[in-house]
Design a protein around this ligand. Structure first.
Ligand code: GUN
Ligand code: ZN
Length: 427
């Protein structure tokens, strides 16, 4: 066992943040030998219960749960910030050419190593990631995540139409490959598989149907895709499925809405779509830096809460502009302000932070497993330095409340605030 003494940030079931000025986090093996949180609370009451356990004292630091990124594309690491008029030209001019290169295992391994290191440097300890259509890209990312004991979920992209040579796959082979990858990697160490149709326009009906069959056969495997991101994309889907009630309804028809199904964006929804998300247990990966960068629109938080479907935050690199959860939370704040239809719905800092930790974990079906510093959770945490920059030091010295402290970090913070990322099962 090992204990850490510092300020502690964690979350209550009602989504509010709990802050302990002088806290103790005790980490040790559970009955399965996994490194989990054994105790968490005030130092003055807990310390005496763990005599002999070595305590690392981190004065002036905050321990917080590792961040959970619900949607990110590792093969797009090198195309962050590539200019385009919108989603479809961006896919054609930057994304597909970059993704073609992942048929080469060496290239995939090199990018995977950089990507995982960048996640950890930014304090992200759980991620649901797209690979490319090449099985080699999936093997490379899983192998690198396994090496770093990262909790990572990924899958081979399915795209058998409307895609250029080099990324387009074969319908039948793509489904065989998906099932083989599930059997090879799902549930191995901290890894999970996600069935990954890219989006409706790039998959044939046969491929979507096949993905739905696999989604039913493997209910604890995740499923990830994109929906209702961009108006041009939506018009394209309407031309492909003119009789469908909506874009989301196409996925429903193929059996692709269910618990553990995670859809990026979910911007251009109506209330029937929102109710369908709720009723099927499908969740949204809200990707604000991507939506602002590609000019896609604003996620409607009030609409999501009115319907009651799950969601959490995501970087969506490389449509998204940063690996840093601080940048993502900041952009979500702007979206919450600007995308609102009524005044008074701004997202508070506790809610923003929850969306990128415990909220995202719950949306992934991993509540109580990751995303919080609660007894029984896997002990992935970050050590934050609220004085990481001159301006942050000046600002955080003056804060009067938890909201002010968290806001200062969200608005002024970035990777410099994350002093250390601890994956306890690795140490
Ligand atoms: N829709 C289909 N593919 C993609 C992608 O790679 N990124 C984003 N943002 N949207 C998509
Ligand atoms: Zn995406």
């Amino acid at each position: 066992m090992k204990a850490y003494r510092a300020a502690l940030l964690r979350f209550a079931d009602d989504r509010s943040a709990l802050f302990e000025e002088d806290g103790l986090l005790v980490v040790g093996p559970n009955h399965l030998g996994q490194q989990t949180v054994q105790a968490v609370g005030p130092y003055r009451t807990l310390a005496a219960q763990y005599p002999g356990v070595p305590v690392e004292h981190l004065p002036g630091r905050i321990l917080a749960p590792g961040f959970v990124d619900m949607h990110i594309h590792y093969p797009q690491t090198d195309i962050i910030g590539s200019p385009a008029d919108g989603l479809l030209p961006w896919l054609e001019n930057y994304t597909f050419p970059a993704e073609k290169r992942f048929s080469a295992p060496d290239h995939a391994a090199e990018v995977a190593a950089f990507f995982i290191a960048e996640l950890l440097r930014n304090g992200v300890t759980t991620a649901l990631a797209f690979a490319t259509s090449h099985p080699a890209s999936v093997h490379a990312l899983f192998a690198e995540a396994q090496k770093n004991s990262l909790r990572l979920i990924t899958g081979k992209v399915l795209q058998d139409q409307n895609s250029p040579d080099g990324v387009r796959d074969d319908t039948e082979q793509s489904l065989i490959d998906t099932e083989a990858l599930i059997q090879r990697w799902h549930g191995v160490d901290r890894l999970g598989y996600a069935i990954t149709p890219r989006f409706v326009p790039t998959s044939s009906a046969a491929q979507l149907r096949g993905a739905g069959v696999l989604a039913a056969r493997y209910p604890d495997v995740w499923l990830q895709s994109h929906v209702a991101e961009n108006l041009g994309e939506i018009a394209w889907v309407r031309s492909l499925y003119p009789d469908a009630r909506s874009y989301l309804a196409v996925y429903e028809a193929f059996g692709l809405l269910r618990p553990r199904a995670v859809y990026a964006h979910c911007i251009h929804f109506d209330d029937t779509d929102r109710a369908l998300m709720r009723d099927t247990g499908t969740v949204a990966a809200v990707s604000p830096t991507s939506n602002l960068f590609l000019g896609s629109g604003f996620f409607d938080y009030a609409g999501a809460d009115r319907a009651g479907f799950g969601y959490g935050l995501a970087s969506d690199v490389g449509g998204g502009t940063s690996f840093s959860p601080f940048h993502t939370m900041r952009a979500a704040y702007y979206v919450g302000r600007e995308g609102q239809t009524k005044p008074g719905l701004s997202l508070g800092p506790q809610n923003l932070w929850w969306q990128h930790t415990a909220g995202a974990a719950a949306a992934l079906g991993l509540g109580g497993v990751v995303g919080n510093l609660a007894v029984g959770c896997e002990a992935d945490f970050i050590v934050l330095n609220p004085q990481a920059t001159l301006l942050l030091a000046r600002k955080t010295a003056q804060v009067q409340s938890l909201d002010e402290l968290l806001f200062a970090l969200i608005i002024l913070g970035d990777d410099r605030v994350v002093e250390r990322t601890v994956i306890s099962c690795k140490n």
